[in-house]
Design a protein around this ligand. Structure first.
Ligand SMILES: C[S@@+](CC[C@H](N)C(=O)[O-])C[C@H]1O[C@@H](n2cnc3c(N)ncnc32)[C@H](O)[C@@H]1O
Length: 234
């Protein structure tokens, strides 16, 4: 597993996580895209979904789920990030608080800590840090937890050369930024080939139902993908 990203969210990073990103337009557009998808899926379940959030960090989606989740399990490897998820829970309804669990666990160790199946599984700003092999392993774990819908976010491109161009551009424009990004995640480009991600998802027993673009940048697109189990393989 990408041990760099799994160790990155210390106290300082957790403290700054939302204050820094919350100022960007992408963060707000992403919230709109997430809520549009979530509302559509929630209608299918009469606003009564069991939801698992993997790599949930500060529990960013918690208030958006308050009225539609009958059970919410928040998991993350970083106890520092989960401090903020616990704080956010104070702003939720009493019913929601009762039905929410906040669990410190890596995705790999999820089977030791979480049981059951979920109507909706969320993995946002998470998978882009992992290699295709790691993503396949993660999706194998997730397959055991899903009853239906999975929402993931990915930074994608259609051309391999764009991945290199993004990395070079970062080094030229901001060498310090490049060093920081590499220290954070062991990668210079967060983007991966759309086709490679797509195939990894299919090989893991899922179908890609819809790809929603959040932002288009020079070398990549940030997208929310809606997945379901491939009934043929399950
Ligand atoms: C960029 S944050 C995303 C947080 C949240 N999902 C969001 O959309 O804002 C990535 C999160 O993944 C967590 N993480 C990294 N490696 C992990 C692993 N192996 N298992 C579970 N969580 C992990 C980090 O601690 C961090 O909170």
């Amino acid at each position: 597993m990408n041990t760099k990203i799994s160790k990155y969210y210390d106290k300082k990073q957790a403290e700054e996580y939302e204050t820094r990103r919350g100022k960007t337009q992408a963060w707000h557009v992403e919230s709109e895209v997430f809520n549009e998808i979530k509302n559509r899926i929630a209608t299918k379940y009469n606003n009564n979904m069991d939801v698992l959030d993997v790599g949930a960090g500060t529990g960013r989606w918690m208030l958006d789920l308050n009225d539609v989740a009958s059970k919410y399990v928040v998991t993350d490897i970083s106890e520092n990030m989960l401090v903020y998820a616990k704080e956010r829970l104070n702003y939720c309804s009493e019913e929601f608080k009762k039905n929410t669990q906040i669990i410190a666990s890596s995705v790999e160790q999820l089977p030791l800590h979480v049981n059951g199946k979920f109507d909706l599984i969320i993995m946002t700003r998470f998978l882009s840090f992992f290699s295709i092999t790691e993503i396949k392993n993660i999706m194998k774990i997730i397959r055991n937890y899903t009853k239906g819908d999975v929402v993931i976010s990915l930074r994608v491109t259609d051309k391999k050369k764009n991945i290199l161009s993004e990395a070079l551009n970062l080094i030229i424009k901001s060498p310090i930024g490049a060093i920081k990004r590499y220290q954070k995640s062991g990668k210079l480009s967060y983007a991966g080939l759309d086709s490679e991600y797509h195939n990894a998802i299919l090989e893991s027993g899922f179908c890609v139902k819809k790809k929603n673009v959040v932002v288009k940048e020079k070398y990549n697109r940030y997208e929310y993908w809606e997945l379901t189990l491939d009934q043929k393989n399950n």
